[in-house]
Ligand binder design. Sequence first.
Ligand SMILES: [Zn+2]
Length: 448
Amino acid sequence: MTPPGIPLGATPGADRSTDPYLPANGNGGYRVLHYDLDLDYRVVSNRLAGRAVVTARAVQPLSRFSLDLGPRLQVRDVRVDGRPAKFDHRTGKLRIKPERPIGYGATFKTEIRYAGKPGPVSGRWGDIGWDELSDGVLVASQPNGSSSWFPCNDRPGDKAAFLITITVASAYTVLVTGDLVSKRRGAGATTWVYERDEPTAPYLMSVQIGRYEMVDLTTAGVRQRAAITPRVRAAFRHDFGRHGEIMKAMQQLFGPYPFREYVVVITDDDLDDPVEAQGMAVFGRNHLDGRRTHERLVVHELAHQWFGNSLTVADWRHIWLNEGFATYAEWLWSGASGGPSTNTHAARWHAWVAAQPADVVVADPGVDRMFDPLVYKRGALALHALRAKVGEQAFFTLLRSWVAEHRHGTVTTQQFREHAARYSGASLDDLFTAWLDSPALPPVPRVL
Ligand SMILES: [Zn+2]
């Protein structure tokens, strides 16, 4: 939710972000309800032309407002509620002055025509956003790469519905994070229409383009498919062979899978790390070796569908609610599938954390450390400590109710602390303060 009482300055809403870690991104003056993107993309020349209609509601009076849009894309025309609007596009911000100010609470439509050669946003997290592959495209935008391909309010807490129409040469398979509602083959090019009804953070929207074949991951339960290239077929079949079982285990642990379908994409290129998108995960071909070496990553990305995607951080300070939980899911699957137990993982990673400088506060690691492995491992250890404290039944009940009560919403650490407290006879303040608010490492937790 947008914090109440945003003060009205001289330029209300012009650039006001609500993310303390990425203040240059996002705008707190409105909330997006819906993005309608109509895109035409040429793979060979990397040329994107688009029309975006962004429907939003003002949460304060707006004489101007901004959207995030990368500098590689040129804006042709902007209209607000059908009327031409003045705009200025510099340093990744599209600043718009509508003909008439928008009143508090009003719903308004901004139509933007743009084109250019999209490319990733380079920064402290490497290249993120729209990225060309050897023969196709990958989009992985966490945390702030979405503006590399569409105008957006690029902050995690502003979740919206999406309709994406994209036309690409017919030789390619196009996967967008959503349900495919139509596919029309024209002369040489195919138009794919995807709809994402569930509120979705911009960073979790993704487009994957490649010469893929689609295979089913399982025939039972939630629909699970994969986009692969022929040369990885054998390794893929083995490495993802337990996916149906992993999905079943995750649903038993966390409750129903939050979307209608899960799609795994194996790019024909190597990737540093797999990445999650809404109802989707993207792996490099280097994550397959025919020996299930990377199965923990398969579990990690699937767990993000509950922790990160359905329940999304209100701002990036709370990143452990994504990464600590996804890491703990790896340990839970390990224990459930005949591998080392959660206690074994906890002891091993506690020793590893103990050997690092104690300089990260899990619940507010700072922008430089938000994807630090310490946040992941200590976050998982904090959950193990909570489980040891409240007991098996209360722990898994509180996890499932946490997921159910905040389904498709946004969450904060404070909300999780208050939620967990409802399931504990004793106060959890000391436990959470030690594990989340202080850099000193508490003793290793052990469940009975
Ligand atoms: Zn993760």
